[in-house]
Ligand binder design. Structure first.
Ligand code: DGY
Length: 441
């Protein structure tokens, strides 16, 4: 029997066209200058969620779109890091909240970052806007440079061209099997203490990470908190340090977009510094290639092991412009096979692999923001048919099931949180051609 929220959602679906619903969701999740991804489950400002939210706002309120990114950057740390959650008030509906992270910053925040997509979205807004868009992009430009410098400096301390992540949450793909090799090596300390997860108060447990994974997530947070979020120490000695094709590829794309943005704005900046990042990252990315499965995959940077299957993050190689022509051809072939198996693409884990779980968060389900970026890369590399399929699936899925956080790739069922900001935002952006690979930008 539907609960009150489900009934309201069904009523809304009956009353409004999907585009109106999407706008209503963005407005409803607005907390005054920033949006929450969805009420209850995620009651704070999340990093890449907000950046994608800006794309949705841009369709009907440009000023509000910029404000979303500006408020996110209010949480930027002195060293340049943009944290993955900005806490503006305490909300007991989420765990772990600000008292667990103890960031010692104002505003309070979590202690690590999330995929660096801001420069890419800001470039899209600047290219599609007017004078005000350019002025606001200009004010954010030095902050963007500082955040990219932070990634290359703190997350690639040996200058290999491959950045590491210190927590699966930093990838945004929290419980993907990509992290199993790194997570298996984490020893959960006896004094981790009891804690009350809140996510499973809002969403079915079979759509969320397991208890064992949460223990390890919190073990990493404990290490960071106890060393005062000293990121040099965490990268060198922390319980987890892995290369993520998602972060590596979004950063590679964002570096290129940052360079283009600086030139478009007529800014004076060290172009050579960014060109150096771009060149080195091309080299670094090659070491994520797993020849056995013919894809770029996650790697454990402590002991060197590869993850064992292709993900939607692997498919971001096109978006990054990474790899050789042969590698991209092989990836496209696997992409086609996977899309033939799934009614809705692109799944977050290869359905041909035994670890595939069609309902569990990042272990199978489809995510609109990943589709958006994969489609841009595919379109730019001449795979227009596959790109169109993924953009269509971002529109078909919410029309079928509502604006859920993620979707079952086999049935299209909506999963996770309802009325989800970034699903609505991507729906709007694609409906209006706010996509750098398409002609309107
Ligand atoms: C969560 O709590 O599940 C979030 O994804 C962490 O960022």
């Amino acid at each position: 029997r539907p609960d009150r929220r489900q009934r309201e959602r069904l009523d809304m679906q009956k009353r409004h066209k999907p585009e109106e619903q999407a706008i209503e969701i963005l407005r409803g999740n607005d907390r005054g200058g920033y949006t929450v991804p969805t009420p209850g489950l995620y009651p704070y400002q999340w990093n890449w969620d907000s950046v994608f939210a800006a794309l949705g706002f841009a369709v009907f309120d440009r000023g509000r779109a910029w404000q979303e990114i500006e408020t996110l950057f209010e949480g930027q740390w002195a060293d340049g890091m943009v944290p993955h959650i900005v806490f503006r008030k305490n909300d007991p509906s989420y765990f772990p909240g600000p008292d667990i992270w103890k960031s010692n910053t104002d505003p309070r925040s979590s202690g690590h970052s999330q995929p660096p997509v801001a420069a890419s979205v800001i470039l899209t807004l600047a290219k599609t806007g007017g004078k005000d868009d350019v002025a606001r992009a200009r004010r954010l430009f030095p902050k963007l440079i500082a955040s990219h410098r932070w990634w290359h400096d703190y997350r690639d301390p040996d200058r290999t061209g491959l950045v590491g992540i210190i927590h699966p949450w930093e990838s945004g793909r929290d419980n993907c099997p990509d992290w199993d090799i790194g997570m298996d090596r984490i020893v959960v300390p006896d004094d981790l203490g009891p804690y009350h997860r809140r996510d499973t108060d809002h969403v079915d447990a079979d759509e969320r990470p397991t208890v064992q994974q949460y223990d390890r997530f919190l073990t990493i947070v404990k290490f960071g908190r106890e060393c005062g979020w000293n990121h040099r120490k965490i990268a060198a000695e922390g319980p987890f340090f892995m290369a993520d094709p998602g972060v590596q590829f979004t950063l590679m794309r964002a570096d290129r977009d940052l360079l283009e943005l600086g030139r478009l704005l007529g800014e004076t900046f060290d172009e050579g510094e960014i060109e150096g990042w771009i060149e080195l990252s091309q080299q670094g990315a090659l070491s994520m290639w797993n020849g056995d499965i013919e894809a770029f995959v996650a790697r454990d940077l402590r002991v060197g092991g590869f993850s064992t299957a292709l993900t939607n993050a692997s498919m971001l190689a096109f978006y990054a412009g990474a790899g050789t022509g042969d590698q991209l051809g092989l990836l496209a072939g696997h992409g086609r096979e996977i899309l033939d198996i799934c009614e809705y693409g692109f799944p977050s884990w290869d359905p041909r692999h035994e670890a595939f779980e069609c309902r569990r968060y990042w272990r199978g389900p489809v995510w609109s923001v990943m589709n958006y970026m994969i489609a841009i890369g595919l379109e730019e590399h001449g795979y227009a048919g596959m790109a169109e399929r993924l953009r269509n699936d971002c529109r078909r899925l919410p029309e079928l099931s509502g604006f859920y956080e993620y979707f079952d790739p086999l049935s299209g069922e909506g999963l996770g949180g309802p009325d989800f900001t970034w699903t609505a935002a991507i729906y709007l952006a694609l409906g209006r051609g706010l996509d750098p690979a398409l002609a309107k930008v």
